[in-house]
Design a protein around this ligand. Structure first.
Ligand SMILES: Cc1ncc(C[n+]2csc(CCOP(=O)(O)OP(=O)(O)O)c2C)c(N)n1
Ligand code: SF4
Ligand SMILES: [Mg+2]
Length: 424
C-alpha cells in the first residue's frame, strides 16, 4: 500500500478555507515523515465537521459519539499488543473536547499511548457556531455575539495539571507537520491543540479578525510541555486484560430436545424475587437439551426496586434477535411483573399466561391460567416454580433435563426440589 493517508488531499469535505483541512494535510505529512503505513494508524474521530474526514482517509477509522472518541481510542490503545507498531490518533473538536473533557483528563492522567489532536476552531462548527468552553474572550459566535467576559478554558494547562506526558498548543496555519511529528513520536499520551478558524461562522462573526490576533488577545499562549512519566496505562494493567469470555460457561448437550422450532417466554416478577435466576435456569435447561437459548433481562435503572423481567428464547436454530414482542408463554409472579407485561398481554392473542393466583386477571384475548405460585413456593421462589410448571405442563423440555439442571443449580443447596415438584 502506498503512503497516502488521504484519498485526495486537495479534495477534502470542508468549507473553503476551513482550518480542518490544514490539520488533515499536516497529519498526513507528519505520518509520512515518520514512515507510517496508512494501515498502521487508527484514527478515532469525533462528531463535528472535523470528523467527516473519515471518508477521505485510507487508514482505519472509528467514528465516536460526540465527546467519546478519546474513550474509544483509549480502549483501542489498551487493546493493542505491546510493540504493535500501530499508532492511535484522535481527531476531536473543541466542542467534543468540551463535552468529553473528563475522558481527555483521564486519558492523560493514565498516560494512554495515543495522540489527541484538538481541532480548536473555538466554536461548534457543525451545528452553526455555538460557543464551546474553548471560545476565548472577545471572540464572537453567531449565537453568542458578546461573549467577552467568560473566556476559554486553558486546556493545555489543565492537561499539565493531570500529568499529561506531552502537550502543545500550536497555530494551525502553514506547515506544522514537525510539531505533529513530535507529538506522534511520544511513547505515551500526547495532546496537540491546533488553533484554527472556521470561515463560515468564526470569520463572519468577527470580521477582519485574524487567527494570530485571536490567539494573542485570548491570553492562550502557544506553548509546549513535556513531562517524564515512568508509567503508562498499558504497563500498569498488563496481565489484567484477559478476555471476559475466557471463563465462559460451556453447557454440553446431555438430553434430546423435545421441541422443534422456537419458543419465546417472558418472565415478569419483582426485584429480589429470583426472576433473573429462574430465567437463566430455563435457558441453561434448554442448552442441556442441545438447544440454542438467549436470556435478556429488563429492570429499572435503580436496581433492587420495581419490576424484574426477562425474555428467554429457546430454539433448535441459532437466535439472532434476543427480544420477543409476542411471547408464547408469560410467567407472571407479581403485580410489578404484571404491570410490566401488560402492554404485551393486551396486544397478544396467542400467548399462554401463567398468572399468580393473587393477581387480578387482565383483559386479554390470550389464555390466562391462574395458578398458585407465591402461596406455594414463597415470593422468592415463585418464578422458579413457574418455570417448573411451564416445563411440566407444556412439555417444552424433558423432565429429566429439568431435574438434572436443578441439581446443578445453587438454589438446590438451599431449597429442596420438592418445593417445586410437589407443587406442579
Ligand atoms: C452528545 C451530543 N451533543 C450535541 C450534539 C450535536 N452536535 C453535533 S456536531 C456539534 C458541534 C461540534 O463542534 P466541534 O466538536 O467543535 O466540531 P466542529 O464542528 O467545530 O469541527 C454538536 C453540538 C451531538 N451530536 N451529540
Ligand atoms: S462550518 Fe466551519 S468548521 Fe465546519 S467545515 Fe465549514 S468552515 Fe469548517
Ligand atoms: Mg469546533
Amino acid at each position: 500500500m502506498d503512503n497516502r493517508f488521504l484519498i485526495d488531499s486537495k479534495d477534502l469535505p470542508f468549507c473553503k478555507g476551513c482550518g480542518h483541512a490544514g490539520v488533515a494535510q499536516n497529519t498526513e505529512k507528519a505520518l509520512q515523515k515518520m514512515g507510517y503505513n496508512p494501515l498502521d494508524v487508527i484514527f478515532v474521530t469525533d462528531i463535528g465537521c472535523h470528523g467527516i474526514i473519515d471518508k477521505s482517509l485510507r487508514s482505519h477509522t472509528v467514528h465516536g459519539l460526540h465527546g467519546r472518541s478519546v474513550a474509544l481510542a483509549g480502549g483501542i490503545a489498551a487493546g493493542l499488543p505491546k510493540d504493535s507498531g500501530k499508532k492511535v490518533v484522535v481527531f476531536i473538536g473543541d466542542g467534543g473536547a468540551t463535552i468529553g473533557m473528563q475522558h481527555l483528563l483521564v486519558a492523560a492522567h493514565h498516560n494512554f499511548p495515543m495522540t489527541v489532536v484538538i481541532h480548536n476552531n473555538m466554536l461548534y462548527g457543525m451545528t452553526g457556531g455555538q460557543p464551546s468552553e474553548f471560545t476565548p474572550c472577545g471572540f464572537n459566535t453567531p449565537t453568542a455575539p458578546n461573549r467577552s467576559a467568560i473566556g476559554a478554558i486553558d486546556m493545555v494547562r489543565l492537561m499539565e495539571g493531570v500529568g499529561a506526558a506531552y502537550v502543545s498548543r500550536i497555530s494551525g496555519i502553514g506547515d506544522f507537520s514537525d510539531e505533529l511529528v513530535e507529538a506522534f513520536s511520544q511513547p505515551g499520551f500526547s495532546l496537540v491543540e491546533v488553533m484554527e478558524i472556521c470561515p463560515s461562522y468564526g470569520v463572519k462573526s468577527n470580521p477582519g479578525m485574524k487567527l494570530k490576533q485571536v490567539i494573542e488577545s485570548s491570553g492562550l499562549q502557544l506553548h509546549k510541555n513535556k513531562l517524564e512519566r515512568s508509567v503508562n496505562h498499558n504497563e500498569t494493567y498488563s496481565g489484567f486484560n484477559n478476555s471476559l469470555l475466557t471463563d465462559k460457561l460451556v453447557v454440553e448437550k446431555e438430553f434430546d430436545p423435545v421441541i422443534k422450532g422456537t419458543v419465546r417466554i417472558l418472565l415478569g416478577g419483582s426485584a429480589g424475587e429470583g426472576t433473573q435466576s429462574a430465567a437463566e435456569f430455563l435457558a441453561r435447561t434448554a442448552m442441556l437439551s442441545g438447544l440454542y437459548a438467549t436470556k435478556k433481562g429488563h429492570y429499572p435503572v435503580t436496581v433492587g426496586v420495581g419490576f424484574s423481567a426477562a425474555e428467554v428464547i429457546i430454539s433448535d436454530k441459532p437466535i439472532y434477535y434476543s427480544g420477543s414482542t409476542k411471547p408464547d408463554y408469560m410467567l407472571i409472579t407479581s403485580q410489578d411483573g404484571l404491570e410490566y407485561a401488560m402492554p404485551r398481554i393486551k396486544k397478544s392473542d396467542t400467548s399462554v399466561i401463567l398468572l399468580d393466583s393473587s393477581l387480578e386477571t387482565p383483559e386479554t384475548a390470550s389464555t390466562v391460567i391462574s395458578t398458585d405460585l407465591r402461596s406455594k413456593a414463597g415470593s422468592r421462589n415463585a418464578a422458579m416454580l413457574s418455570v417448573f410448571k411451564l416445563i411440566k405442563d407444556y412439555g417444552i423440555l424433558s423432565e429429566a433435563s429439568l431435574l438434572t439442571a436443578f441439581s446443578r443449580n445453587k438454589l438446590s443447596t438451599k431449597v429442596p426440589v420438592e418445593t417445586f415438584t410437589a407443587n406442579i
